[in-house]
Write a protein that binds this ligand. Structure first.
Ligand code: F0G
Length: 393
């Protein structure tokens, strides 16, 4: 029903490997001509497992009811930018508060299938929170490697509370990923970063849900960190195209923070791989990544779909976060990069006025309460009296 193949040399690999011998990234190939589609694209009962017939698992999944996230229209922004339709798919409303849950429900299920007792990841925060939650659900031991001092508070709290062994390293995410990959090899622990091709299988359901609810959009805009999600969503659309469930592919548009932007730089230079950035920095700590492992897949997605890459500053990220908040949508800074990028591209005339655009907001506002308070200001404190309170209103 599926196989795991190298995107470079095409060689079939074992289901349990993360890299081909040739060094290439792996991809799960679903045998689409043999799949019996058992779902209807009727906009109802959206969830990751609605699309189980296109997901590579053999056992009952470890699920916390992930997916089925809302799609909100931003009418005021449509008017302001002169774009026909702008939607936000709020992935921050998943069980652990980010899109990672879609990948983890599949990834942790595979860990059980492969009879592993422990899982691990390096993370800028959300992957670790999600993995800890799903590992707890499955009864697996979880090990998390974080860049010390650079992970938003809510995410660390989740990883700890769900019982993961949390280790901070004096280095950045890229260092943490290099180390955990080797540790996983040596100790036969199941690695759940997005080099694991099964993670991306879960995340591709973002594309399925969008089509299910509003049909195929013209463009999907999302933040890019380790570059897994843009690759996953593109794969989802491509599978639907091959299955003739849609008639075109949306332009995949990846947004990076300006000082953590290797994918953007490769795009501008028309290259098919990145040069790593050695000291990535941004207020959007979730995407503070200089050497994204899935860069090749992401660039392919952008080029093939005639999409774009763009960079945004920390100020642009925070104003987009506030704009979303004013529309009732609470997101963490990295998520706001999608909308910040759309605004920048639209103002530069790079978006057609008749486009139907979907921005993915990847994580919840509560993930990073410290930044939220820093940019919004502290509450005012007064004496406990009606007059004093009213004097502030
Ligand atoms: N948005 C948020 C909120 C994230 O947490 C991440 C990645 C991204 C966007 C970028 O997605 O890596 O697939 O390109 N967070 C990872 C983590 C790296 O460890 O939580 P990507």
């Amino acid at each position: 029903m599926y196989s795991v193949k190298c995107i470079e040399c095409g060689k079939e690999n074992s289901e349990e490997s993360y890299n081909c011998e040739c060094g290439g990234l792996l991809e799960v190939r679903i045998n689409l001509d043999q799949v019996e589609i058992d779902f209807k694209l009727n906009g109802k009962d959206l969830s990751v497992w609605k699309y189980r017939s296109l997901l590579p698992v053999k056992i009952e999944p470890i699920s916390l009811k992930e997916g089925g996230t809302p799609l909100y229209r931003l009418e005021r922004l449509e008017k302001e930018l002169g774009i026909r339709r702008i939607y936000v798919k709020h992935e921050g409303l998943n069980p652990s508060g980010s899109f990672k849950d879609r990948g983890m429900t599949v990834g942790v299920t595979k860990a059980i299938e492969f009879n592993r007792k422990a899982v691990a990841c390096a993370s800028t925060g959300n992957t670790s929170a999600s993995m800890a939650m799903y590992a707890a659900r499955a009864g697996l031991k979880a090990y998390v490697l974080l860049p010390a001092g650079k992970v938003a508070l809510g995410k660390v709290a989740q990883a700890l509370m769900h019982g993961a062994e949390v280790i901070g390293i004096k280095g950045n995410f890229d260092d943490a990923l290099r180390i955990i990959r080797e540790v996983c090899d040596r100790l036969r622990i199941y690695l759940l970063n997005s080099v694991n091709p099964f993670r991306l299988e879960g995340q591709k359901t973002i594309a399925y849900e969008i089509v299910d609810e509003i049909g195929v959009p013209d463009r999907v805009v999302l933040p890019v960190g380790n570059a897994g999600n843009i690759s996953a969503i593109y794969k989802g659309f491509k599978e639907f195209l091959e299955l003739q469930l849609i008639e075109w592919l949306p332009k995949m548009t990846g947004i990076q923070a300006e000082r953590s932007a290797p994918v953007y730089k490769a795009f501008i230079e028309k290259k098919d791989n990145i040069e790593p950035v050695s000291n990535p920095e941004t207020i959007a700590t979730a995407i503070r990544i200089g050497n994204p492992v899935n860069a090749k897949k992401a660039l392919k997605a952008i080029y093939e779909s005639k999409g774009l890459a763009e960079i945004v500053s920390d100020d642009e990220i925070i104003s987009a976060q506030k704009l979303l908040a004013k529309n009732g949508i609470g997101v963490e800074p990295a998520s706001a990069a999608s909308v910040a990028g759309l605004i920048k591209l639209a103002k530069a005339g790079m978006i057609e006025s008749d486009e139907k655009v979907v921005c993915i907001t990847t994580g919840n506002l509560l993930k990073d309460p410290e930044t939220a308070i820093k940019v919004s200001g502290e509450p005012k404190i007064v004496e406990a009296s009606v007059e004093k309170v009213m004097s502030l209103m």
